[in-house]
Design a protein around this ligand. Structure first.
Ligand SMILES: [Zn+2]
Length: 477
């Protein structure tokens, strides 16, 4: 056994349980010893999994995860403990022994346990990704393979799972260190949000990000025939697409939904002046190239469209269709709509406006918890620079940042766009409602008559199930 595996047979009584002879240690007592092995693994920078092997009420071996240190893909806690136990007993059969491990064993370790003919295997947290004791598969459940090993999960499951979660969270932070001039909304503000079960994904190494951490959802098969690229606006985040994503996934598609920098789970620059039209557009262009998105259905609303509608002309071959909702191209040629000007004034006068209330007002069908989820990214004013900056960034005059590129984009959509299109209009929107959308409609080549949602407001995605179903039918065949 290589040095550094930290698996050692215990001589005599396990010291940690010394003094317990008056009573029989329970599964939980032994799992706590496995947990201390897991903590030791974490301290070494390994994924925190620990194991102990018990015979006749005594710990005869311990093991902890150490594949990095040992340059050894097989150096799982259970393998280390099995080897140490066999050495201690002078027998490769471990009959009458119980193995305690903090995480559901993988296929390799489960196989080794069956070879060792353990009597029992007790594990803590289930492992939905690689667990071979019931989660992904169950090697212990095959009569042809197993005649002797009883398996039991869920002992100290909460504690063992918390250790793993904390470890991976810390590693995520270390992978994407926070820039001094930015803030990061704490993860716990995003736990258990209604209708938003998806795992976070991050990147921070796009040239334009310069280390800022950008969050995105990436669900469904990587090589799906269609990729839905869903772009939100101000003051929303990818949560806005939660009612549409299920239909997109059910059709076999991949869904990619980034949070713009300053929003959602993405990092938030402290200064309002960090935000500009051109910079956000550049981030999105690099993001699409990095993920190498193909067969894209571009899904846009609000700023998702102000920015997003300027993207396909840079790489038209990546896009197959457009789903456009309550947005516009701000070319600087015509005055901004009175509704938008009123919104911009409101934001300037009430920089601390309650985002949840904004959603609640236009969407009586939403629960208070759903509305509150829109406040999750913004615990205080220090996190709200984008909310303050964005309204004033909408190009108003011919030479404003973004106006010229928006004029080029309009020309692209009216003369060169080859893909299918679907427009959906929330008719209650006072800012970017039907009049604005009709004008945009005239600029999109081959766009059929819009789908109208009489109940839908500005955030029409809150009525998005029907829109997503229509888009699946009309844009992916
Ligand atoms: Zn394993």
């Amino acid at each position: 056994m290589p040095e550094g595996w930290h698996a050692r047979p215990e001589k005599g009584r396990c010291p940690t349980l010394a003094g317990m002879s008056a009573f029989t240690p329970s599964d939980e007592d032994f799992m706590r010893l496995a947990l201390s092995q897991a903590h030791a693994a974490a301290a070494d920078g390994e994924v925190p999994v620990g194991a102990v092997i018990v015979k006749d009420g005594r710990v005869i071996a311990t093991g902890r995860n150490a594949p990095i240190e040992g340059h050894d893909p097989t150096a799982h806690a259970e393998i280390a403990a099995l080897r140490a136990a066999a050495q201690a007993l002078g027998n490769y059969r471990l009959e009458g022994c119980t193995l305690y491990v903090t995480l559901e064993p993988c296929a390799m370790c489960s196989g080794a346990m069956l070879h060792a003919r353990l009597s029992r295997v007790v594990f803590g947290a289930p492992d939905p990704k690689t667990g071979a004791a019931g989660s992904v598969l169950n090697l212990f459940g095959h009569d042809q393979l197993n005649h002797q090993t009883v398996v039991q999960g869920g002992v100290l499951a909460a504690e063992t799972a918390a250790l793993l979660r904390g470890f991976f969270k810390e590693r995520r932070v270390n992978l994407h260190p926070l820039r001094d001039d930015a803030v990061r909304t704490p993860d716990d503000r995003f736990t258990d949000l209604p209708g938003y079960p998806w795992q976070p994904n991050y990147l921070s190494d796009l040239p334009s990000l310069d280390g800022l951490r950008m969050h995105f959802l990436d669900e469904g098969p990587r090589h799906a025939p269609v990729t839905w690229l869903c772009l939100h606006g101000n003051p929303a985040w990818s949560y806005l697409y939660r009612k549409m994503i299920p239909a997109m996934l059910a059709s076999g598609g991949r869904v990619v939904a980034p949070d713009l920098i300053g929003f959602g789970r993405s990092d938030k620059p402290k200064k309002d002046s960090a935000h500009s039209f051109g910079w956000h557009r550049q981030v999105l262009l690099e993001f699409i190239e990095r993920l190498d998105l193909k067969n894209v259905v571009l899904v846009v609303q609000d700023w998702g469209g102000l920015l997003g509608l300027t993207l396909p002309m840079e790489a038209p071959q990546r896009y197959r269709a457009l789903l456009v909702m309550n947005t516009t191209l701000a070319t600087g040629e015509t005055p901004l709509s009175p509704g938008f000007v009123a919104w911009r004034t409101m934001c300037a006068q009430n920089p601390e406006f309650d985002v949840a209330r904004l959603f609640a007002r236009g969407n009586p069908q939403m629960t208070p918890e759903e509305c509150a989820a829109y406040n999750a990214p913004f615990p205080d004013r220090g996190h709200r620079a984008a909310l303050r900056a964005f309204p004033a960034l909408v190009p108003e005059h011919m030479d404003d940042d973004g106006a010229a590129i928006s004029r080029s984009a309009r020309s692209f959509w009216s003369t060169q766009w080859q893909g299918q299109s679907l427009m959906a209009i929330g008719q209650q929107d006072p800012v970017l409602g039907e009049p604005v959308m009709r004008a945009l409609h005239a600029s999109i080549r081959g766009c059929p008559e819009p789908m109208l949602l009489p109940q839908g407001g500005h955030f029409v995605q809150e009525h998005g199930e029907l829109i997503a179903q229509a888009a699946v039918r009309r844009l992916t065949v």
